[in-house]
Design a protein around this ligand. Structure first.
Ligand code: S3P
Length: 210
């Protein structure tokens, strides 16, 4: 059982974020929205769901967008909406499974936010995505084959996120706890490294002729 999230850890995280957004990335069914909402709650930060914001901006659902205008239209909206949302930190932002595949979005996240890749076993992912029929990419006679192809293509890219956390089966609180501890460690290391860089004296040349 996870221990009650440490308030001191949450305070450290919010301080070390220094206004940055925590971005959740990963494949459909990884639990980005469910975990993101609870993570934001623990940290006392706002939670924003990119897909919900894209739907609001386009005034239609994602399946409608794919159906009427095609995937490219959705991807373009996704890129623009996430770019706008990234400036709203500190907050927790969950993104759709394809968002981090866009190079511009990925660089934007790498340069100004902290990213967390949520990953899970294919069986767990399939069990979760079967619960909702709102994913146009999985409207296929063999959704599992589609998922396997997407994972093969996307996992090397998701891996570029700052932190990776397994989205295990079981209570959401367990995963939120794992995210909090990983995020805390990452941000503390980052702070220590940057303090060290600021105080490190300039090294003389190794041949002693400095
Ligand atoms: C997509 C994932 C979906 C949604 C859209 C496309 C993808 O979001 O953005 O259907 O390309 O993987 P979730 O990952 O929240 O299901």
């Amino acid at each position: 059982m996870p221990s009650k999230p440490d308030e001191a850890i949450c305070r450290d995280i919010v301080r070390d974020l220094a206004g940055r957004t925590v971005v959740l990335v990963g494949i459909m069914g990884a639990g980005k929205s469910a975990i993101g909402r609870r993570l934001a709650d623990q940290l006392g930060l706002a939670f924003v769901d990119a897909d919900t914001e894209i739907e609001a901006a386009a005034n239609m659902t994602i399946p409608e967008m794919f159906e009427i205008h095609g995937e490219e239209y959705f991807r373009d909206g996704e890129r623009r909406v996430i770019s706008r949302l990234l400036s709203g930190g500190p907050q927790v932002l969950s993104t759709g499974g394809g968002a981090f595949m866009n190079e511009e979005t990925r660089n934007h996240i790498k340069n100004g936010a902290v990213s967390i890749w949520l990953y899970a076993d294919i069986d767990i992912l399939m069990e979760r995505v079967r619960r909702k029929a709102n994913r146009p990419l999985l409207k296929s006679p063999d959704p599992e084959a589609v998922m396997r192809d997407l994972l093969a293509e996307r996992n090397p890219v998701y891996r570029q996120a700052d932190i990776a956390v397994e989205s295990r089966d079981g209570p959401h609180e367990t995963v939120v706890h794992d995210v909090l501890t990983s995020l805390h460690t990452h941000l503390r290391l980052e702070a220590t490294k940057s303090a060290h860089e600021k105080t490190e004296p300039e090294q003389p040349f190794s041949n002693g002729k400095a």
